[in-house]
Ligand binder design. Structure first.
Ligand code: AMP
Length: 213
């Protein structure tokens, strides 16, 4: 199965993608995680991406399309994938269509997860991630914990540099101006599955799986 998970920052794409990846046995491709890994490894891409990510801007379409091309043509994506965070512009969506055509892939599910923008700003401000397993938590869930409840790593929680209110608000603006038009593009030729992302993690997963049937 091939899925594109679409939605505003903080709507839960990463969390849902991880769960779906385990349930459906398909790899979770998060372009944000790929970039953050490059930043950590201090590669030339990482050094360039760091400045852009910390401001809440988008990395160039050319770079992102190159990353996706390398990833989707790899062996691990042969039988399916869940894209989280890509495409984020109409150009990325058009180029992805071209790539999928080249790979003879015609069936892709577009899942759009929605939620109220102000709720997302609050959610992101309280977001913490485990730097080892990359799972995401609410600050209140882990404030008194020393170990990650998922992988057990010690003192591994951190707040992303781009999860400060000023940067979060800018990311929302970028989402509304540049990323939302991707949905208009898809709605011209594809069915979009819309899922309410404001419920519990379990409810959202249930709803996605039900609608994918
Ligand atoms: P995410 O983890 O998906 O929220 O992505 C974190 C940051 O990585 C974004 O705010 C962008 O700066 C960058 N990024 C991730 N995916 C893309 C993409 N498809 N196009 C451009 N920039 C991206």
């Amino acid at each position: 199965m091939r899925i594109i998970l679409f939605g505003a920052p903080g709507v839960g794409k990463g969390t849902q993608a991880k769960i779906l990846s385990a349930k459906l046995h398909i790899p979770h491709i998060s372009t944000g995680d790929i970039l953050r890994q490059a930043v950590k490894d201090q590669t030339p891409l990482g050094m360039e991406a760091q400045k852009i990510i910390s401001k809440g801007e988008l990395v160039s379409d050319e770079i992102m399309i190159g990353i996706i091309k390398d990833t989707l043509t790899g062996e691990s994506c042969k039988n399916g994938f869940i894209l989280d965070g890509f495409p984020r512009s109409k150009k990325q969506a058009v180029d992805l269509d071209g790539l999928l055509n080249e790979l003879n892939i015609d069936k892709v599910f577009i899942v759009s997860v929605t939620a109220d923008e102000e709720d997302l700003v609050k959610r992101l401000s309280n977001r913490r991630a485990c730097k080892v397993c990359k799972n995401i938590f609410n600050y209140n869930e882990v404030r008194d914990k020393k170990n990650c409840p998922v992988c057990g790593a010690e003192n591994s929680f951190y707040q992303r540099e781009d999860d400060t209110e000023k940067v979060i608000r800018h990311r929302m603006e970028v989402f509304n101006s540049t990323t939302k038009p991707v949905l208009d593009y898809y709605s011209e030729h594809k069915k979009i599955i819309v899922v309410d992302g404001s419920g519990t993690i379990e409810k959202v997963t249930e709803s996605i799986l039900e609608k994918l049937k």
